[in-house]
Design a protein around this ligand. Sequence first.
Ligand code: ADP
Ligand code: MG
Ligand code: ZN
Length: 246
Amino acid sequence: MTETASGTAECPDCGGTGWVLEEKDGVEAVRHCRCFEERHRRLLLETAQIPERYAHCEMENFELWDRDNPTLGRALRIVQEFVDLYPATGKGLLLMGPVGTGKTHLAAAALRSLIVQKGARGRFVDFTSLVLDIQMTFDGPGTAREILAPLLAADVLVLDELGAGKATPWVMDLLYYLVNSRYVQEKVTIFTTNFLDTPKGSQEALADRVSARIRSRLYEMCRRVELRGEDYRRNRLAHREERHRP
Ligand SMILES: Nc1ncnc2c1ncn2[C@@H]1O[C@H](COP(=O)(O)OP(=O)(O)O)[C@@H](O)[C@H]1O
Ligand SMILES: [Mg+2]
Ligand SMILES: [Zn+2]
């Protein structure tokens, strides 16, 4: 479809102006056309840069597939409540747990819902890529400030896989700046991480990965949601193969 500055050229309702006349209680007023709203939402979704891999993630298709794992239902409930209350709560989410438990699914689903339902300006960013991008500013013309600006400005930011990869102290400082600035400006951030606060065995704790001061900020700005259990992909695939076995 051809898009004009404000609407869709073929739109039967507004003819591409993006505005429609509405009569309410005998008074005529103009309001944005539906095509304008749809286009606006589509632009917001594109700007959010949710990776293709997680484009399908919605709250509605998050399955409570393991009846013995109450953390799935609990996490889904908390995320749904978070979306419903936005922007009233002001608190973000910290989704913690092992690989494949659905943390990124829920984070992407929440972001999408907030964009579509509430018109939030959202951004999705993967921690490892962010760290690499910032580290590259040493060699390239782009400055770290340019990389961070859209992440600081977003109403809702998903920072996926916090603590993955290894960041230099200089990058950690910038990261603290990002997290803290968002906290001070009361902007909502959703973090996911494979690291726990008190891990078993030889696993590192989240505070060791991202520094104690970032971890303590997270406490203040987020509701903590822990997911436990098995890897969804491995289990679902295994079950499917079982079913198809002759
Ligand atoms: N409960 C679930 N219902 C539906 N899909 C799921 C569920 N848990 C995980 N998935 C899917 O499995 C894949 C891995 O999940 P992901 O959210 O990336 O896990 P994590 O971020 O915890 O490592 C994704 O494609 C996701 O959509
Ligand atoms: Mg993930
Ligand atoms: Zn229209």
